[in-house]
Design a binder for this molecule. Sequence first.
Ligand code: ADP
Ligand code: MG
Length: 253
Amino acid sequence: MSTPVIQLRELVRTYKTGEVEVKAVRGVTLDIHRGEFVAIMGSSGSGKSTLMNTIGCLDKPTSGTFLLDGVAVANLDRKQLAKLRNKKLGFVFQSFNLLARTSAQENVELPLFYSHPLVTLRDRHERSVQALEKVGLGERRGHHSSQLSGGQQQRVAIARALVSRPEVLLADEPTGNLDTRTSIEIMGLFQELNESGITIVMVTHELDIAAYCKRMVVMRDGQVISDTVNEKRRVARDEIAVLNQAEEKAKLA
Ligand code: ADP
Ligand code: MG
């Protein structure tokens, strides 16, 4: 088998605030391979975000090792780290973090300008249009964030993450601010992206949302307490088709 894209070994992260020590992550060993779609689950305070911040190279572990695509992140200097991160990872958050009064396209293009300064203006345009088309917003690329619904804003944020062509998409509670139907649609988009080859690691505390993933990792008190294949995977595309049918019927009645 090929090298896991993410390898965690006995990962520990302790926060110290004054006299108090919080053991947020206490010894996590985990491999994630290319093409996986993993849900990291667990109640609030179980260490999910801390673990994701480590995987996202935003935070360094207190002890243990983290290899990103076989590279020991701890040994890199800031510049090397930024480069690896920009090349390998895309981020999606609960709050969409879009710039207001800025078009969808500019929101997608801007980070690419900073992370890949050598990409030409023309390629930047082309790549951002492609990314917006991929998330179903090709027609709305000129709209400002405030003119888009929550679900559309999250799609722009996903396009922004995709535009650098990452291998792994990291999402922390991506449906946390969305209603049920919109959440299913976003999970459908993730399933599509995953089918096209991108690896996805998603934090959620909702079982309903984790149900769309291929694998479920459950954390409690900073440790992994279960790690299972999701045999009863929900398929968002089918569920949306059923919802649409029901709506059509209601309209005709
Ligand atoms: P989750 O995302 O599962 O809710 P977190 O990783 O955010 O969990 O937090 C795990 C534990 O670490 C919690 O007890 C939390 O209060 C603590 N914690 C998280 N971030 C910090 C920080 N920057 N400083 C101190 N304690 C923190
Ligand atoms: Mg969290």
